[in-house]
Design a binder for this molecule. Structure first.
Ligand code: SF4
Length: 232
């Protein structure tokens, strides 16, 4: 196991991906009246679901009324409204739990007073909200400097040689944050978005396009078959 990541190496990865893909403008949202709350909703809807399906479900919710915790809790047919975003009954239950927590704790006015650790612990205590969803909310809805260690991040960091062994969420999150101790939420926001873009554009799950990858010069390509480096 690699004990720590060289901060300069993380800066290189960030700068290279930023130069390759440009600004990512995350988190994409549709509701200009309540964009922070839309991030809470989207973070649940996107679990195990393509983003295009999330966009359709959010559009349906917005056509039904205001996107607020009170409005979502009042819908008897919430599951039907989010049907386009995958397992809708499970996600409706998770959304209800998140909305109830949001109201009970006092909304963003109270959330913004919480420490990051308290916020993430409270979010993780909600049924169906795991560490990845909690950190996405903390980062994108609350502006906290938190690294979202999702499956795309593990894939890329395993291949470049920064992570080995079982995929422990907290282990990778802390390792990346320790390599960027003075970086703000804007950095982690962009880093997460760039990692997803790179995973989708070049570092595919099957047959990564190493021949055209901006990181190829410094990537160990751990676990990548030679065919992944062929020019296709
Ligand atoms: S060189 Fe290949 S394995 Fe390494 S980051 Fe690029 S696409 Fe992924």
């Amino acid at each position: 196991m690699i004990d720590s990541i060289d901060p300069a190496a993380l800066e290189y990865l960030f700068d290279t991906l930023a130069a390759t893909y440009g600004p990512q403008h995350w988190w994409p949202h549709q509701d200009t009246d309540n964009p922070r709350f839309e991030i809470l909703v989207g973070s649940v809807l996107t679990q195990h679901t393509a983003w295009t399906n999330v966009e359709r479900a959010v559009a349906t919710l917005l056509s039904a009324g205001p996107l607020t915790a009170e409005a979502l809790l009042a819908y008897d047919d919430l599951a039907d409204l989010i049907r386009q975003a995958g397992p809708h009954r499970i996600k409706a239950a998770r959304l209800r739990a998140l909305c109830q927590w949001f109201i009970d704790c006092g909304g963003f006015a109270a959330i913004d007073q919480m420490s990051t650790d308290t916020l993430c612990a409270e979010l993780r205590a909600i049924r169906g909200i795991g560490p990845e969803t909690a950190d996405a909310i903390a980062l994108y809805a609350c502006g906290r400097p938190r690294f979202v260690a999702d499956a795309y991040a593990f894939r890329i960091f395993e291949r470049v040689g920064w992570w080995q062994g079982s995929r422990r969420y907290e282990g990778l999150r802390q390792k990346i944050e320790h390599a960027a101790p003075n970086r703000d939420a804007a950095f982690f926001d962009e880093l997460h978005a760039l990692i997803i873009e790179h995973a989708k554009t070049r570092c595919h799950k099957q047959r990564p396009d190493c021949a055209h990858c901006a990181l190829a010069e410094r990537c160990a390509r751990v676990g990548v078959r030679p065919a992944g480096f062929e020019v296709v």
